[in-house]
Design a binder for this molecule. Structure first.
Ligand code: GRG
Length: 292
């Protein structure tokens, strides 16, 4: 399957499912508008695409991943809304548009993030293409990877370390949780929906960890060499917030080398699995070559 066509088709499918959910006969119109504003603001939909590409690897019908893919994008969107708040990163722009609290107001932005987070579990639990056992595993993993022992815990550590000089190991740990877990979820979710063994899930998890690290290093690189217009947000924000990053700790050249090293490791791990990993590797490549 051609990577570009696949990305286009499956991005559209996630958009359709997400918008249908968010456009239901509503209770609070401003809240719905605020959720739709951020969900439809033009994200790359990397996490959903990782899930579909993992299903393709195992030869499983990608339609079975639609609601779970949308669920992880809801959580990702909720985290971006909260991340931009004045009490967090205090960013006025996201994806080239005013951040949610700038477009609406802080209270609405907080509630939109809360609702997207919680409704993500509704999406999975009402998915009629999955059996109950799969739904429980997916909900359990998604809540673990998003919560105190996942993304939210990583965010807390990140805030506590602002302005401090930290080691490479400390930085890796923070990022493995703050960013890595939500990148790992869709890859593991693909394995769960494909009913793979514990051993195969463990290989998927190692591959996901490697590509998650590559993603974050590239993110730090883009904050230094990226273009504000393409990125849709301010560059040099890490410097402004006195953050230790892979670029400040390793230098640009070594950071680039490590992105490449992690990418190769992630692909080699996929080679240990039975199936066709071409699409997933193509997506891994896009992750490390992205300019926004
Ligand atoms: C409300 C669940 C919840 C959490 C709040 C604020 C917070 C806790 C966590 C912050 C996590 C965070 C924003 C990590 C940064 C991850 C990152 C580099 C996002 C950019 O991802 P892309 O490139 O973005 O996939 P697009 O715009 O393409 O979707």
């Amino acid at each position: 399957m051609d990577l570009r066509n696949y990305m286009h088709d499956y991005k559209n499918k996630v958009d359709t499912i997400g918008l249908a959910f968010l456009n239901q006969q509503g209770l609070a119109k401003r809240l719905q508008d605020s959720m739709i504003y951020s969900f439809a603001a033009g994200g790359k939909r990397l996490r959903p695409l990782l899930l579909f590409a993992t299903l393709e690897l195992f030869g499983v019908d990608k339609e079975k991943g639609l609601k779970t893919a949308c669920a992880v994008e809801f959580i990702h969107t909720s985290s971006l809304i909260h991340d931009d708040l004045p009490c967090m990163d205090d960013d006025d722009f996201r994806r080239g548009k005013p951040s949610n609290h700038r477009m609406f107001d802080e209270a609405t932005a907080i509630l939109a993030g809360d609702a997207l987070l919680l409704n993500s579990f509704e999406l999975i639990s009402t998915d009629e293409t999955l059996v109950d056992n799969q739904k429980v595993k997916l909900i359990s993993l998604l809540s673990k990877f998003s919560g105190a022992y996942g993304m939210v815990g990583g965010q807390q550590l990140d805030i506590e370390n602002e302005g401090k000089q930290i080691t490479l190991d400390e930085l890796r740990l923070i990022n493995a949780y703050k960013t890595g877990k939500l990148i790992a979820f869709p890859i593991l979710a693909g394995g769960i929906i494909a009913n793979r063994s514990e051993k195969e899930l463990s290989i998927l998890e190692q591959s996901a960890k490697a590509i998650g690290l590559a993603f974050q290093i590239q993110d730090d690189i883009l904050d230094v060499i990226g273009n504000e217009e393409t990125l849709g947000k301010k560059v040099h924000s890490d410097e402004k917030n006195h953050k230790s990053t892979y670029v400040t700790l390793l230098g640009l050249e070594e950071a680039h080398r490590q992105v490449e090293g992690c990418f190769k490791e992630a692909c080699l791990l996929l080679d240990q699995l039975e199936g066709d990993g071409t699409l997933l590797k193509g997506l891994y490549q896009l992750i490390i070559q992205r300019n926004h």
